[in-house]
Structure formats: C-alpha cells, structure tokens
Write a protein that binds this ligand. Structure first.
Ligand code: 13P
Length: 251
C-alpha cells in the first residue's frame, strides 16, 4: 500500500539556529507518539546535516528543496544530489513551481535532477500544478499531464516506483486559497489514471500523491479524507510545530 506522507517545505525561511530549534521541537513532539503517516521536513541546504544529526531520522525524514542537474564539477554555488545524500537527507523536493518560475527550471533540467536524485538513493518529491490562467482556461489537466510526461515518463517502471508526486496548484500556494477537497480529488484521480495508463495499475496504486497549497490544520482532514490524496506538502504551516502537528495528526 502507498505511504501517507506529510512533508514540510520550509522554503527560504529560518536561519540555522531557528531551523534546528524547529526540527528538535518537532522531534520532541513526535517522541513516543504513533502517527499514521510518514513525516518529512524540507529544510534549506545548509541546515540539512545539522538537522539530520539532531533528530531521529527514522521518525522524521529530512529533505532538500532542490539539487543540481549535474553530478559534480565546476558549477559554482550548486549542490549535488550526492552532497544532499551525504548529509543524511533521504528526500529532495524537485520541480517546485517557485523553482520553475523564478529559476527557469525546464522539464529537461528536471529530468536530469530526478535521475541524479534516484542515482543517489534520494526520494524525489516531484511537484506539478497549473497556474490560475491555465485553470481558468480549463487547461489544468493537460498542463499537469505534460509536466509528468515530460520529466518522468522516461523512467523505468522500477524507478518510477520510487517517486512521490505533489500536486500543488500554483494559485493555491501561499494565497490562503486552497483547492477544494473535490478539486484535489479530481486532479489526484486524474494523475493516478495517467500513471496507470503508462505504468500499470499496481504502480499507480503504489504512488503517493500529496496535495500542496494553503493546506493547514483546518482543511487538512477534509483534503486527506479523499481516496487519492495521500498527504500534503506544507509551506507556511510547517514553520511552527503548533501548526504542523495538527496536520500530521489529521491522518
Ligand atoms: P503554502 O502551504 O504556504 O501554501 O505552500 C505550499 C507549498 O508551496 C509547499 O511546497
């Protein structure tokens, strides 16, 4: 059965000391507790090693928010998938809409990043989602399908089985405007159908598809109750344990 996952994406928030406090506070909050989902935190690169050392990584997975599209070499300022893995992180968020929009990440670049992540045993949390104009033009299904096809459908069935998807409608990110539970379910079911057509029903049934975009303590339960919504990728509400724990406990 596919995993239920609640993953935090801290984005470019929290300095190292603040990040360490947040991670250790979450670690404490989860100690001795049984939760019904995997928990992941996506920290800035420079926090990864210290956070992975400070927490119980068997209870909280550590994720980067990006990695380079090259394995190593003269790429000043870049951080490779191998480097990410060497910190103790086991996940990497790839293809986030902010990286696509602000850092011009193309489907081809993302394809390389996914391959390097997999080669270094990192689980990619691969983000997809339409902008508002695309939804209004009723192109959202087409857009999401292309994003998946263009970056992921070159993967073998075995490798695809290692991917976690996150549907994040761009109009819902940081806006307080969440997709309704029906909109989320509709898209997630559509995505699962595309996966089934390409890789077969078993792979589709085993792929975790997370929802992201203004997910918080008050709407998580309703969103996660949908049969095809396997958890959340949480931005703002992952920046405080008081806001993040109730989302984890929504399962
Ligand atoms: P918010 O939860 O702040 O809307 O961000 C969602 C997101 O982009 C997670 O990757």
């Amino acid at each position: 059965m596919r995993k239920k996952i609640v993953a935090g994406n801290w984005k470019m928030n929290k300095n190292l000391q603040e990040g360490l406090s947040l991670a250790t506070e979450l670690n404490e909050a989860l100690k001795g507790k049984t939760v019904n989902c995997d928990v992941v935190i996506g920290t800035p690169f420079i926090h990864l090693a210290s956070v992975a050392k400070a927490i119980d990584t068997t209870k909280i997975g550590v994720s980067a928010q990006n990695c380079a599209d090259k394995a190593s070499g003269a790429y000043t300022g870049e951080v490779s998938a191998e480097m990410v893995a060497s910190t103790g992180a086991t996940y990497v968020i790839l293809g986030h809409s902010e990286r696509r929009a602000y850092y011009h990440e193309t489907p081809e670049i993302l394809k390389e990043k996914v391959l390097l992540a997999l080669a270094n045993n990192l689980t990619p949390i691969f983000c997809i989602g339409e902008v508002l104009a695309e939804r209004e033009a009723e192109k959202h299904f087409e857009v999401v399908k292309s994003q998946i096809q263009d970056s992921l459908f070159g993967l073998s069935e075995e490798d695809f089985g290692k991917i976690v998807l996150a549907y994040e409608p761009v109009w819902a990110i940081g806006t307080g405007k969440t997709a309704t539970a029906d909109q989320a379910q509709e898209m997630h079911a559509f995505i699962r159908k595309i996966l089934a057509d390409k890789y077969g029903q078993a792979v589709a049934d085993n792929t975790s598809i997370l929802y992201g975009g203004s997910c918080n303590a008050s709407n998580a339960k309703e969103l996660f109750a949908n049969p095809d919504v396997d958890g959340g990728l949480i931005g703002g509400a992952s920046l405080g344990v008081d806001k993040f724990m109730p989302i984890i406990e929504a399962f």
